[in-house]
Structures are given as structure tokens and as C-alpha cells.
Ligand binder design. Structure first.
Ligand code: CTP
Ligand code: MG
Length: 222
């Protein structure tokens, strides 16, 4: 099975509030994008990384020595644009190749989850890691608020695994149709592809706010 990965790192990290892109922010001295790429390198030898246009050289430098063939491409306006840019440069691998789409903002996803995804993709067009939701979730505000049934909810993580053909097709059609989503699995499902789920891992939590970064630092030093 041909396996490649797209690692999104083109965001600014506005909620983290640093003066460098979030992917370059170090955790225990190592930039997030390097943690995430190193984890991916244990399951694939080919990684396309999306970068902010003005940070290409720094992203390349942060990835120096990671044991994989790594291409750094300029990302887009939104995460979805960045993923589309990344997967275009893998098109020559053919529709049956497997692509893991991962976020640099989840630097510590255990490799075991990637193994589960690569198993699930044998029988699906797409596979996503899901965790039970711990908070009670509402939709709407004020008088329009209503509660969702927590036991039937799940939190979706990355990496997500795809057959390259369905992934390219979903992204191209979403772009043409103006369909926007916060992950890639939902696009595949929207266009009728078979989506499987595997168990996610709390260690793969997304680093969004300063407190998430502090918690990750504490865990690594423990
Ligand atoms: N991302 C990207 N291209 C964008 C926006 C986001 O490649 N135009 C990437 C980020 O680098 C990150 C992942 O998508 O690895 C998830 O996005 P998020 O956690 O929202 O990161 P940021 O967009 O950087 O943060 P914020 O929303 O706080 O600005
Ligand atoms: Mg964002």
C-alpha cells in the first residue's frame, strides 16, 4: 500500500496569540510541526507540509532531518484550501494511494491511532478517529438554545485516512460547490464516500489556546 501524508501547518495560530505561526511554536524545545511530522514519518516516507507564505524557510528548517521525503508548499486562506493545495501535489501517486491528513496543531497523536486508521482504510474510502465527548453540548444561544444528546456525540480528531481518489474528488467538488467544512472526513461523507471510524486518543488533543500548550509542556516534563 502506497502511503503519504499531508500535514497542515499554514495557520497563524491567532488563538494562541504568539508572534510566530502556531506550527513553529516549540513544545519541550521542539516545534509542533516537527513533533507531528516525526510521528507521521513512522508510518509514511512521503509528507507534504502546508506553510504560511511568509514562513516557508522556517518551516523547512524546523523539519530538517525528519526521516521522510518532505515537500513544503504554501497553504491557502482556510484549512480546507491548504489541504486542497497539499493533496494536488500528491496526485501522481494514483487514486488508490492512502493519504493521512493531519494537523501540526495535534503534535502528540500516538502512532497506534495511525495504525487503526490504516487498517480501517482497507475497507473504506475514508476513516476518522473519534473520541467520546466529555462536555454537554448545546446549539444556539439564549432563547434559541437546545441541547444535543451527549451519548450520541463524538469529537473528531486528525490524522484522518483517505483513498487519494475520493479525497481529491471531494475537495475539488467542495471547492466548485462552495461547500466548506472543518475537516476532510465530512467532505468525503457529503459526496457519498464510505466513511469508517476508529477510536481516537486524548493525547491527540488539539493545541488551540495557551493553556493547551502549558498542559502539553507539563505532560512531557512529567
Ligand atoms: N491551517 C492551515 N491553513 C490555514 C489554516 C489552518 O494549514 N489557512 C492548519 C493549522 O496550521 C493547523 C490546522 O490547520 O495545523 C488546524 O487549524 P487551527 O488549530 O485552527 O490552527 P490555526 O488556524 O493556526 O489557529 P487559529 O484558528 O487560532 O488562528
Ligand atoms: Mg484556525
Amino acid at each position: 500500500m502506497t502511503i503519504a501524508a499531508v500535514l497542515t501547518a499554514a495557520g497563524s495560530g491567532s488563538r494562541l496569540g504568539r508572534d510566530i505561526p502556531k506550527a513553529l511554536v516549540p513544545v519541550a524545545g521542539v516545534p509542533m510541526v516537527r513533533w507531528a511530522a516525526s510521528a507521521l514519518a513512522s508510518v509514511t516516507g512521503r509528507i507534504v507540509v502546508t506553510s504560511p507564505a511568509d514562513a516557508l524557510a522556517d518551516i523547512v528548517a524546523a523539519l530538517h532531518g525528519v526521516p521522510a521525503e518532505i515537500d513544503v508548499v504554501v497553504g491557502g486562506e482556510t484549512r480546507q484550501d491548504s489541504v486542497r493545495a497539499g493533496i494536488q501535489s500528491l496526485a501522481e501517486l494514483g487514486d488508490d494511494a492512502t493519504v493521512l491528513v493531519h494537523d501540526a496543531a495535534r503534535p502528540f497523536m500516538p502512532v497506534a491511532v495511525m495504525g487503526r486508521l490504516l487498517q480501517a482504510i482497507e475497507h473504506h474510502d475514508a476513516a476518522i478517529p473519534v473520541l467520546p465527548v466529555v462536555d454537554t453540548i448545546v446549539t444556539g444561544v439564549g432563547a434559541d438554545v437546545s441541547y444535543l444528546h451527549r451519548p450520541s456525540l463524538g469529537a473528531v480528531q486528525t490524522p484522518q485516512a483517505f483513498r487519494l481518489g475520493p479525497l481529491l474528488d471531494s475537495h475539488r467538488r467542495a471547492h466548485a460547490d462552495g461547500v466548506e467544512a472543518t475537516d476532510d472526513g465530512s467532505l468525503a461523507l457529503h459526496y457519498g464516500y464510505r466513511l469508517g471510524t476508529v477510536e481516537g486518543d486524548p493525547l491527540g488533543a488539539k493545541i488551540t489556546y495557551a493553556a493547551d500548550l502549558e498542559a502539553a509542556e507539563r505532560r512531557l516534563s512529567a
